[in-house]
Design a protein around this ligand. Structure first.
Ligand code: S3P
Length: 445
């Protein structure tokens, strides 16, 4: 898992239609935050529907290392006895965040305003990813970071003993950077302000309010101005984690490209900071019905009924990228089965995810017979129509769960089987992927 163990190759073959119901696991972003905010509240936070993927388990372990008591009671049912804002104790060992950029960056944020030192590391993928984007604003609070060249992990962070509040405009559209600054601001006196030009996922803001922090979000010409009052007493909560729209994307897109499919995917988030893929699929002509809109776990959700059908290529507007940043790999698979060209602009952030996702998708799609074009910030896919992709290749996953799942779905609809060199990273976010897709009728193994 997470690139530590032996590689697990996997192959997907074209099978009959996919049918039935796909219950996807809990949201990864919300699961990390439920554990972290639970650890910063005094008393017991109860969580249901927690994603038990490796990324989240690594965050649970980290919260224990900082002094919180984190206990699993049953599948998805967890409790966190938090230590309160400012109550972290210094970890006795290195914090290993595994494959998770969210885990690493958010936890660095919380510890940066504690008078302690901690060293962070991760797997071969995480150790390549840029951390300067969080250590730059954290240094404004008074923290000091000593990492490898280019701000890479392993990295030692010396927290600020007397933190000062910060006003910070994020230079990249990143919920992780925004959240790291807000988490650091929790243990600084006064008001910490984050300004984001483009709105990114807002789970930290929603959850901070839920845990009783004083926080305002003002929409201005500069973008969203988020103001947090430091040193609140966070109150423990009961958190029902909704299903993950980024995981739902895989069975949804599989149903759209495998001939004759008809799949029901309940409880998919319609949060405007997360639903860009679903807007894009509808624009491409996808047959998706959004049924029974309601609220679950504080998030707007709907049940999706998804049927196979022809789709057309489109231009995806760059301003949509933050609301679908993790969905471009699977969108590029859908685009390969559409008629015409799909152009994805403004996607250079994909180059610093668990892998360089533009490069990983481009190379694998080419190997499967799809014409693509790329530049630093754009991926263009020339669609081959329903069932039209040749397939017949082994694609490299580069320790990246979403690349692995995307190519396996390509193989479910391509003319010849598609293999991935290593499916083990799927366990970071969607540990039941293989069983769930098989239950819908996929030929996977
Ligand atoms: C996440 C934010 C996004 C996303 C990641 C989860 C989060 O990253 O890609 O999977 O939970 O805040 P960035 O903030 O770097 O865009």
């Amino acid at each position: 898992m997470s690139g530590h163990g032996a590689a697990q190759p996997m192959t997907a073959r074209r099978a009959g239609p996919l049918t039935g119901r796909a219950d996807v696991p809990g949201d990864k972003s919300i699961s990390h935050r439920a554990l972290i905010f639970g650890a910063m509240a005094v008393g017991e936070t109860r969580i249901t529907g927690l994603l038990e993927g490796q990324d989240v388990l690594d965050t649970a372990k980290a919260m224990r290392a900082f002094g919180a008591e984190v206990v699993q009671h049953g599948p998805g049912a967890w409790s966190v006895h938090g230590v309160g804002v400012g109550g972290f104790s210094e970890p006795a060992d290195v914090i290993d965040c595994g494959n998770s950029g969210t885990g690493a960056r958010l936890i660095m944020g919380c510890m940066a305003t504690h008078a302690m030192t901690a060293t962070f590391t991760g797997d071969a993928s995480l150790r390549k990813r840029p951390m300067g984007r969080v250590t730059d604003p954290l240094s404004l609070f008074g923290a000091q970071a000593y990492g490898r060249k280019g701000g890479r992990l392993p990295m030692t962070l010396v927290g600020a003993a007397n933190p000062v509040p910060v006003r910070y405009a994020t230079p990249v559209a990143s919920a992780q950077v925004k959240s790291a600054v807000l988490l650091a601001g929790l243990n600084a006196p006064g008001q910490t302000v984050v300004i984001e030009r483009e709105a990114t996922r807002d789970h930290s803001e929603r959850m901070l309010l839920g845990f009783g922090a004083e926080l305002t979000v003002e929409k201005t010409a500069e973008g969203n101005v988020i103001t947090l009052t430091g040193q609140p007493e966070l109150r423990p909560q009961t958190v029902a984690v909704p299903r993950d729209p980024s995981s739902a994307a895989f069975p949804v897109c599989a149903a759209l490209v495998v001939e004759g499919s008809d799949v029901f995917v309940p409880g998919v988030s319609q949060n405007l900071t997360r639903n860009g893929l679903y807007i894009t699929l509808v624009e491409m002509g996808a047959d998706i019905a959004f049924e029974n809109p309601r609220e679950e776990g504080g998030e707007p959700v709907a049940d999706l009924r998804v049927r196979f059908g022809p789709m057309k290529g489109i231009e995806v507007p760059p301003e949509r990228a933050p609301s679908m940043i993790d969905e471009y790999p699977i969108l590029s698979v859908v685009a390969a089965f559409a008629e015409g060209v799909t152009v994805m602009r403004g996607v250079k952030e994909l180059r610093v995810k668990e892998s360089d996702r533009i490069d990983a998708m481009a190379r694998g799609l080419e190997a499967c017979g799809v014409r693509i074009e790329e530049d630093e910030d754009t991926l263009t896919v020339h669609g081959m129509g329903p069932g039209g992709v040749p397939g017949g290749a082994t694609c490299k996953t580069h320790i990246d769960h979403r690349i692995a799942m995307s190519f396996l779905i390509l193989g479910m609809a391509a003319k010849a089987p598609v293999s991935v060199d290593d499916a083990s990273p799927i366990a970071t976010s969607f540990p039941i992927f293989e069983g769930l897709m098989r239950s819908l009728g996929a030929d996977l193994g």
